[in-house]
Design a protein around this ligand. Structure first.
Ligand code: SF4
Length: 618
């Protein structure tokens, strides 16, 4: 095989058993890699109702064929598990080097199961796999953990992925970080790692994975990089990173503000791309092999210290720790983001749960006495205190660490009405009232509300956005018509396939140059296969359906494909004034979406759908 070693490393932390398994080319063609491999193995080995924080749960790090090269973030990795936040299947893509370096050990994937009796870290090299005692690392944040391990092994090319204190404390939205800056953020992968008493994974490997046509790969990479530099489509992303989205989101009235009570922010001029550049930005970073370089280094000295060593806040973190909390202070955003990174906590979920508490206080459902401190809109010190409280599960932080769905159930008094989640996953920073496709994507995403499972509506307002995928007609972001086909297609293409290959999602957004045709060509040049775009899309569809079957086995049905009630309220101001997304509109979109997916009225794939996709399930 080209692009694969055909080997998986399995580690049982209970028994301290280490063994290899193999897979063949037929399996590779059917699921490609990354999230495809992860979902297949989870479906096959995890009985229904397995406790996500029990030793039986699996934590799967899977590469794909493009990890064999270095191009637009292709050396990242997919992390898949059963989520402690939702009880459903989850994957989170981690950019950076971990996928490329894992390939360098001769393995395509790493499957962890069981639970160590004491804190350990795992070291994987080309020559050996070791489970190493890590008591002295327990209780350390992500930076200290990674620095201590690296100082021991003295290998500048090693990758360390670790959890912080939030993962140790089983915060249900704890993250895993590699190289301090790349996060598997959503769904609580860090809590699963913590439940196994596994503090870190160190990977060192330099083996090359053979590719089918190295020369033509080079030519294709050159062509795409030339377009990235010259066609203008990536210019604002390159200059501002994802901060290029903040001002436009406010202008369009889709920027969640005050726990989604509004969608425009009074202090936008303090936190938009230019403002962030002029206040906290000190430089940019790039993933391996990327000609765009959208990532930020930020630095603050007073009144808090924020180090440029960690990852600066991307759009989602700016919005979740800024307008969502009615906070217009870039310094507080930078510090809050750094705390989440050091503790290893998803910034979206953290922001949503803090804004939920702020609204509880506003409405008299919680008081300062319940919290032990106050938590008012926009108060920086109080926001930072709330993050500390959650990471350490102190006082009310113990409830907030469970996620907004469970927290609202425990707090009661009607607070479920402003708990912004879908299937237990906190809603990301795109209000779906102004972009209806995103609403349908939130309702149907396998892991609950997720902004990376489908491309966003704005990219399809011009005609011929992705003609290869049948997306030729222009569609307003506010319209309902056509959105079921859009979402279904993009869930399979963008949501799944980018994490199966893997490759960065940003250059795939039209009119950027990583088109479906070029992506499929790249896959074929790496593997020596002859995939068509249709066959490529079908892998995404197969994987998506497999994920749905997993979730259905856990009890998910049509009644769970829903949205928070707040989105039925009509927006009264801003660029989406007059818009809402109520249950009747969602029902109409869902009917069409299920029909296109080949699912019954409860959202279960029909037997003929499974047959068409070649999905063997029990
Ligand atoms: S566009 Fe940004 S996230 Fe994507 S590969 Fe490049 S630097 Fe990484």
């Amino acid at each position: 095989m080209y692009g694969y070693h055909g080997k998986t490393l399995k580690v049982d932390l209970t028994q301290r058993k280490i063994y290899e398994e193999t897979f063949d080319e037929e399996f590779a063609k059917k699921y490609i890699g990354g999230v495809g491999f992860g979902f297949r193995w989870l479906y096959d080995t995890l009985p229904a109702k397995t406790d996500p924080l029990s030793p039986e749960n699996k934590l799967i790090f899977a590469t794909g064929p493009l990890c064999s090269i270095s191009f637009l973030g292709s050396t990242g990795i997919s992390v898949a598990t059963k989520s402690p936040l939702t009880g459903l299947i989850a994957d989170s893509d981690m950019r950076g080097r971990m996928g490329g370096v894992l390939k360098g050990t001769g393995y395509d994937a790493l499957i962890l199961e069981g639970k160590s009796s004491e804190p350990v870290y795992l070291q994987v090299t080309e020559h050996a796999v070791d489970i190493i005692e890590a008591k002295e690392l327990w209780g350390k944040d992500i930076k200290e953990t990674q620095e201590k391990i690296l100082s021991k092994i003295n290998d500048g090319e090693a990758v360390v992925a670790s959890i912080g204190i939030a993962g140790e404390n089983l915060v249900k939205y704890a993250a895993i970080a590699s190289d301090l800056r790349n996060f598997a953020g959503r769904g609580g992968t860090g809590a699963v790692m913590g439940s196994k008493n596994l503090k870190a994974i160190v990977i060192r490997g330099k083996l090359k994975t053979p590719v089918a046509d190295a020369e033509r790969i080079k030519t294709l990479i050159k062509e795409v990089n030339y377009l990235i530099k010259t066609d203008g489509s990536c210019d604002t992303l390159s200059k501002y990173g994802t901060w290029n989205t903040t001002g436009p989101a406010n202008f369009k009235g889709i920027l969640p503000t005050k726990n989604f009570q509004k969608t425009t922010f009074e202090y936008i001029d303090k936190i938009d791309g230019d403002a962030m550049h002029n206040s906290i930005w000190v430089g940019k970073r790039t993933c391996p092999g990327c000609a765009i370089g959208c990532r930020h280094m930020v630095k603050v000295e007073k009144p808090y210290s924020v180090s440029p060593d960690l990852e600066g806040p991307q759009y989602e973190s700016v919005a979740a720790l800024g307008p969502l909390l009615f906070n217009g202070n870039p310094v507080v955003i930078a510090k809050a983001n750094e705390l989440c990174n050091l503790y290893g906590m998803d910034t979206i979920s953290t922001g949503v749960i803090i804004s939920f508490v702020m609204e509880c206080i506003d409405r008299g459902v919680l008081t300062e006495d319940d919290l032990g401190f106050n938590l008012k809109w926009g108060e920086g010190e109080e926001i930072l205190k709330a993050i500390e409280t959650i990471a350490h599960r102190e006082g009310i932080g113990d409830i907030l660490a469970e996620g907004v769905k469970l927290a609202s159930k425990k707090i009661g008094k009607g607070s479920e009405n402003w708990a912004m989640h879908v299937k237990g996953s906190e809603v990301p920073m795109h209000d779906p009232r102004g972009k209806k496709g995103m609403g349908l994507a939130y309702a149907t995403a396998l892991k609950g509300a997720d902004h990376e499972s489908s491309m966003h509506d704005e990219a399809f307002e011009k005609e011929n956005a992705l003609p290869d995928l049948g997306l030729k007609e222009p569609m307003s972001r506010k319209q309902f018509d056509g959105k079921p086909f859009l979402v279904k297609t993009l869930q399979d293409y963008w949501g799944i396939m980018s994490d199966a290959l893997p490759i960065c999602k940003f250059p795939m957004i039209p009119p950027r140059p990583l088109t479906p045709a070029r992506l499929v060509k790249l896959l074929n040049l790496v593997t020596g296969w002859n995939f068509t775009i249709e066959e490529f899309l079908q892998v995404g569809e197969r994987t998506f359906n497999l994920g749905r079957l997993f979730d259905a086995r856990e009890g998910i049905s049509r009644s769970d494909d829903t949205l928070p009630r707040r989105f039925a309220e009509v927006l009264s101001e801003g660029g989406s004034a007059g818009e809402n997304l109520d249950s009747d509109s969602l029902k109409t979109m869902l009917d069409e979406y299920y029909r296109l997916r080949g699912w019954d009225n409860e959202g279960r794939p029909y037997p003929e759908t499974l047959k068409r996709l070649g999905l063997e399930v029990d």
